[in-house]
Design a binder for this molecule. Structure first.
Ligand code: FEO
Length: 164
């Protein structure tokens, strides 16, 4: 059975993942409003992934005989200055999530919760991918400096990004 320290820490992470989902949905709405449907699609895919992450943590607590406790989700930002600013915030947010996963892993080590350590290893690998993908979008946007048709080409490319 999961102990209280680990359970509380994972419940907090469920909240962070659901906030991530809410933030990315807000970013999707921002792009939708700007008629950038490819960028909106990218954010919708990210949003769905974050809900899956929350559910992985949720299921882990249930499987270990613990109790999931949901908390209030903060309101996300709704306006950004530019496409680049949104992408940079995705990078910063993913770095924050990575740090929180590392802290959870340290808790799992301290608590000698071996199942939690194994479960968290999946998230550690996932974060490498998440940070890399977001950094790529920032790098591309910087290259084209948000000018002219190049943004539309990138928008088209992002529309094809598969889920998962
Ligand atoms: Fe759930 Fe994007 O990390």
């Amino acid at each position: 059975m999961i102990n209280k320290t680990m359970q509380d820490a994972i419940n907090d992470q469920i909240n962070r993942e659901l906030y991530s989902s809410y933030l990315y949905l807000s970013m999707a709405a921002y792009f939708e409003d700007k008629n950038l449907s490819g960028f909106a699609h990218w954010m919708r895919v990210q949003e769905a992934e974050e809900r899956q992450h929350a559910m992985k943590f949720y299921d882990f607590i249930v499987e270990r005989g613990g109790k999931v406790t949901l908390k209030a989700i903060d309101a996300p930002k709704t306006e950004w200055k530019s496409t680049l600013e949104v992408a940079e915030e995705v990078v910063a947010h993913e770095a924050f999530i990575t740090a929180s996963i590392y802290t959870l892993y340290e808790t799992a080590l301290k608590e000698k919760d071996y199942p939690a350590q194994i479960m968290l290893q999946w998230f550690i690998s996932e974060q490498v991918e998440e940070e890399k993908n977001a950094a790529e979008v920032v790098a591309n946007l910087k290259l084209i400096e948000e000018r002219g048709t190049a943004v539309l080409v990138l928008d088209h490319q992002l529309a094809k990004r598969a889920a998962g």
